[in-house]
Design a protein around this ligand. Structure first.
Ligand code: FRU
Length: 471
């Protein structure tokens, strides 16, 4: 029997959250339909899984402050991907092998059980990162295996930075990809197991070519069809890039992944550590952290920080990753505010879906601006001169004040913009998910106006719906 070596417990974490949850919800930046922690800090999504008829999302969580601290796993579940219910904290860092935090990981279902695989982190230990498993049969309470850590040293191809296991079943064997690094090269290493406890090292799945970052965090592997495999990861210190996908094929024998194409998953600033899972309809769904390290998070002064993106369904077209809001998002629509062109729309609650079809004929900028009565603004859309999709936060008074842009060109003369806006977040989907841009924003003012950008003759369609706040 291992003895507990920290003062953290699930009970204490839940008490702390209960104390603060009501107050935190009053925050001006509180999100209406996104998963955010009941209070305290959230980063990466973890353990996304469909279990016994329900969707489960876990996340990196520190319940005691709105800053990062020794990581717990927060937990929410849903029947329909749009109404989420908070559950008790699933994991607290208790044992020596995880005293610095239960870091990111994944979930699988085996028989009756849900198994979480995660990284035990402890800077005081050598090696500092090991892989661990916890099991549940009710989807709420988890027991850490006596065999932990199930992988207690990094492989020779890796280094002590060895974290974020993603587990999946393929050809009747469990596979686990873990992020690591060696000599400045980020990599994804592969293990295999028959029972989720005894893991054998297979080798390096794929690694940076020297330009793709020096440490790969949160790798995830999945097949979208017979011959389309996808690897995603969050590279550290990669020039101009934060979250990558590679499309190619994994060799079953060797576990080597051969990439044919690669690209950015989401061009926003506030997007990191995405993870995916498959649901009962065989959809591959991605959810990400909707913030980024070292960025301003004004909600911290309100006792919370961080949120997860809306669920997005993945597909591949012409060796490019396509990411669309899941169908269910339509069910959040309550009232259609606008169905034809109106230059200015006053917005009561900033929980909106905006859809526009625009022609690229006469306008320099197409899209919309959100602005407040004290002169703040954020511009979202397409710059036809620079050929860039943009989210321009330079007109804001708090939070990051930058211009986020991504090159985009269409074959025809038309672009479809779909935006999910939720009080302090905007997720922009271009042309059915060919390009996605996710950002947070923080108004000081209270009265928000949505104005359409572009010559009226270029605006073919506009729809604005109010969305139901479910959280
Ligand atoms: C990514 C990450 C992971 C790690 C976790 C710690 O954002 O750095 O690599 O497991 O966050 O909270």
């Amino acid at each position: 029997m291992k003895t507990k070596s920290t003062n953290y417990t699930i009970e204490k974490a839940n008490e702390e959250l209960q104390k603060n949850a009501q107050k935190v919800k009053q925050s001006k930046f509180w999100l209406g339909y996104h998963i955010a922690p009941p209070a305290g800090w959230l980063n990466d999504p973890n353990g996304l899984v469909f279990y016994k008829g329900e969707y489960h999302a876990f996340y990196q969580h520190y319940p005691y402050a709105s800053q990062w601290g020794p990581m717990h796993w927060g937990h929410a579940k849903s029947k329909d991907l749009i109404h989420w219910e908070h559950l008790p904290v699933a994991l607290a860092p208790e044992y020596d092998y995880e005293a610095g935090g239960c870091f990111s990981g994944s979930a699988v279902v085996s028989g009756d059980g849900m198994y979480l695989t995660y990284t035990g982190h402890n800077e005081q230990r050598d090696p500092k990162e090991v892989q661990c498993v916890a099991k549940s049969t009710d989807g709420i309470h988890f027991e850490k295996l006596a065999e932990n850590p199930v992988i207690s040293v990094p492989p020779a191809h890796g280094s002590p930075d060895f974290r974020d296991p993603k587990v999946w079943m393929q050809n009747d064997i469990w596979n686990m990809v873990v992020g690591s690094s060696k000599d400045g090269i980020g990599k994804a290493v592969l293990y295999r197991s028959k029972d989720l406890k005894d893991w054998e090292y297979t080798g390096v799945m794929v690694e940076s070519d020297g330009t793709q970052g020096d440490m790969w965090e949160c790798p995830d592997f999945f097949s979208l069809s017979e011959d389309v495999d996808v690897l995603i990861f969050s590279p550290m210190n990669m020039e101009g890039s934060k979250t990558r996908y590679m499309i190619g094929k994994m060799d079953q024998e060797t576990g080597k992944f051969e990439a044919k194409n690669s690209g950015e998953i989401d061009y926003g600033i506030d997007f990191y550590a995405p993870q995916t899972f498959q649901d009962d309809q065989n959809r591959r769904i991605l959810i990400s952290w909707m913030n980024m390290w070292k960025k301003d998070m004004p909600e911290q002064t309100d006792g919370w920080a961080g949120a997860l993106t809306i669920p997005r369904e993945l597909s591949v077209e012409n060796e490019k990753l396509i990411m669309k809001p899941v169908e269910e998002m339509k069910n959040l629509r309550t009232n259609q505010l606008v169905s034809t062109y109106e230059k200015e729309i006053k917005v009561a609650d900033l929980c909106l879906e905006v859809e526009m079809v625009v022609s690229l004929d006469n306008s320099n900028k197409l899209g919309f601006t959100l602005s407040s009565e004290i002169g703040e603004s954020i511009i979202v859309g397409y710059d036809t001169i620079e050929k860039q999709i943009i989210t321009d936060r330079r007109g804001m008074l708090q939070g990051e004040q930058d211009l986020c842009q991504a090159h985009y060109q269409t074959e025809n003369n038309e672009i479809t913009l779909k935006a999910y806006i939720d009080r302090s977040s905007i997720e922009l989907f271009v042309d059915g998910g060919k390009l996605v841009m996710t950002n947070r924003f923080y108004f000081k003012g209270d009265n928000i106006t949505l104005s359409i950008e572009g010559e009226k003759s270029d605006i073919q369609e506009v729809s604005v719906w109010e969305l139901k706040a479910t959280m």
